[in-house]
Design a protein around this ligand. Structure first.
Ligand code: GDP
Ligand code: MG
Length: 162
């Protein structure tokens, strides 16, 4: 059985785009409309000779109801099943209340977390990524899931923790 890496975060932060970047294919469905990934979706991935299962999830938010509550619950299940969690934040937006709520959920889980500061498409947004040190999850890895910037460094860190 392969180790499991779960991808969690608010809707629209770029989780599915990151999954596609890791897979180097377009399998995870990316949408401008938040909440497209409703259930956990698993893929087999490999980095630096390590194979693992990557689990894409729908977005997590604290006041979710109806379908959104189910999506949030699925994200928590994914975290429970994970060996390592990649927590994706939109660095351009910065940390929101929902991001803080995800942090609390992740702390309760006790799982190792790698903080992905996504949408850092160029140097101008590096400072926004560094502001996410405030979340108290350690080093924010500045990444552009869309363009690939920084994705190797964050994956090196993930496989270190597997
Ligand atoms: P998810 O809801 O967290 O899975 O987010 P998606 O992967 O579906 O992406 C939501 C939107 O953000 C899409 O329009 C993506 O193209 C865009 N996006 C994702 N990653 C990046 C990035 O690194 N930079 C920029 N500029 N946009 C991104
Ligand atoms: Mg998605």
């Amino acid at each position: 059985l392969l180790p499991v890496v779960a991808i969690v975060g608010r809707p629209n932060v770029g989780k599915s785009t990151l999954v596609n970047r890791i897979l180097r294919r377009r399998e995870a469905v990316v949408e401008d409309v938040p909440g497209v990934t409703r259930d956990r979706v698993s893929y087999e991935a490999e980095w630096a000779g390590r194979r693992f299962t990557i689990v894409d999830t729908g977005g997590w938010s604290i006041d979710a109801t109806g379908i959104h509550l189910r999506v949030a619950e699925q994200a928590e299940v994914a975290v429970d099943l994970a060996d390592v969690v990649m927590f994706v934040v939109d660095a351009k937006v910065g940390a929101t209340d929902d991001d803080e709520a995800v942090v609390r959920m992740l702390r309760r889980s006790g799982k190792p977390v790698v903080l992905v500061a996504n949408k850092v498409d160029d140097d101008r947004f590096e400072a926004d990524a560094m502001a996410l040190w405030n979340l108290g999850l350690g080093e924010p890895y500045a990444v552009s899931a869309l363009h690939g910037r920084g994705s190797g460094d964050v994956l090196d860190r993930v496989v270190e923790l597997l």
